[in-house]
Ligand binder design. Structure first.
Ligand SMILES: Nc1ncnc2c1ncn2[C@@H]1O[C@H](COP(=O)(O)OP(=O)(O)OP(=O)(O)O)[C@@H](O)[C@H]1O
Ligand SMILES: Nc1ncnc2c1ncn2[C@@H]1O[C@H](COP(=O)(O)OP(=O)(O)OP(=O)(O)O)[C@@H](O)[C@H]1O
Ligand SMILES: [Mg+2]
Ligand SMILES: [Mg+2]
Lengths: 227, 227
């Protein structure tokens, strides 16, 4: 479902040049559950943003479900993302003046789900991440871990074919982490593909495959469980 | 150095009332190294913000170095914070249009450190957190873990009497985490007081005392090493 070849991402020029990705090739099959690990600054978020059609690489090609993403217009890219992807951002990226339930309803609206179905589905997902009593809170009225869980609920609510999650448990205690991993496991057993960036061994242990990035390159690729 | 009595923090009214702190009393001696743990939403950041003079409780008293903080004007509070505290925010709170080195110089400027001394001290701290090659980068040009490390460097650069850190390793791999814990250990062995919120056992293991919050109350308080 994901096919990336020779992805290069370079920022800056001259002495200030940063080689964030130095030729990364990666193929992920439908139904796989991949954990991406690596030191801070090794290129993980850069790679995930390209896979999520949020950034274009400096060079290299990327196909999502057989579609060459490099050829698409911005509108087509937006449709593709809304249709197939759920993305949990490292910085959450919540809308500042929008309540938790409205944030989680938004992807359903983009997906064309009828109005009367959106609220129940959004509420169910907030319940599943333990936020059933915070549905009308704005981000400023939520703890760090609660904001992170709203971001996760928003990414999961459309039951996306491909879930991309960047450090989804960085602000969560073990109980909230377990709840989240349970949701991911359920999504994956329904046949959805998951790619999660994490620095926590407990999260990587749940994945079927682990990739390790160092300095913009994949240095390790091991399978822990069959697809 | 920290003396809090019966801290209560309540948000909202009626059915929407949230009891973030339900009467927390706490005394921390100079030179102690305290880890605060607890589930997501249990009141940890709320407590740390009061200790850091960033928020006032709904009721209760708080003394920092014998000074009753509730009596102070906003200007006096600002001076007190600049003089005694280093704060690492859960959401980093970096200035969006300011380079890493300038962000870390700022607390030195507030502390009245001569201009020619600021840059070398800021550079040394950025070096210590592994960001010597990112000094001119803006936050948008830094990875999540790099932004977190700028926030830590900024909090440490004045060698504050009291370091307050909210989830300082949430986006860091084990190597960057070890570097940070090394810096904290050094600050503490110099006699400074540290209070850190964390959900990671590896971080709590380094502390001399562990407090656990549940639902706005301290439910556990154990000493792991002498002050
Ligand atoms: N402005 C606000 N209005 C209403 N409720 C609030 C507000 N700020 C915080 N809360 C609530 O207070 C509770 C405690 O929040 P706090 O940020 O202290 O939690 P925390 O222990 O730091 O959690 P985390 O581990 O997720 O960061 C949470 O349940 C949160 O929803
Ligand atoms: N706009 C930019 N300009 C210059 N350098 C950049 C820019 N964006 C990212 N970088 C650099 O690219 C490298 C890779 O960044 P990336 O965000 O992919 O790292 P990461 O593996 O996700 O790190 P972390 O674990 O800290 O989140 C970093 O060294 C970062 O400083
Ligand atoms: Mg990242
Ligand atoms: Mg918090």
């Amino acid at each position: 479902v994901v096919l990336a070849r020779d992805l290069v991402m370079t920022y800056g020029e001259g002495d200030a040049t940063v080689h964030a990705l130095r030729g990364v090739s990666l193929s992920v099959d439908r139904g796989d559950y991949v954990a991406i690990m690596g030191s801070s600054g090794s290129g993980k978020s850069t790679l995930l943003n390209i896979i999520g059609c949020l950034d274009a690489p400096t060079s290299g090609t990327y196909e999502l479900d057989g579609v060459d993403v490099g050829d698409l217009s911005d509108n087509d890219l937006t449709d593709l993302r809304n249709d197939k992807l759920g993305f949990v951002f490292q910085g959450f990226n919540l809308l500042r003046r929008t309540s938790a339930v409205r944030q989680v309803e938004l992807p359903l609206a983009y997906a064309g789900v009828p109005r009367r179905e959106r609220r129940p589905r959004a509420l169910a997902m907030l319940e599943a991440v333990g936020l059933g009593e915070r549905i009308d809170h704005l981000p400023t009225q939520l703890s760090g871990g609660q904001q992170q869980r709203v971001a996760v609920a928003r990414a999961l609510v459309t039951e996306p074919a491909l879930l991309l999650a960047d450090e989804p448990t960085g602000n969560l205690d073990s109980r909230s982490t377990d709840d989240l991993l349970g949701l991911f496991a359920q999504l994956n057993s329904d046949g959805r593909t998951i790619i999660v960036i994490t620095h926590e061994d407990a999260v990587a242990a749940e994945a079927k495959r682990v990739l390790v990035l160092t300095d913009g390159e994949i240095v390790e690729d091991r399978r822990q469980a069959p697809v």
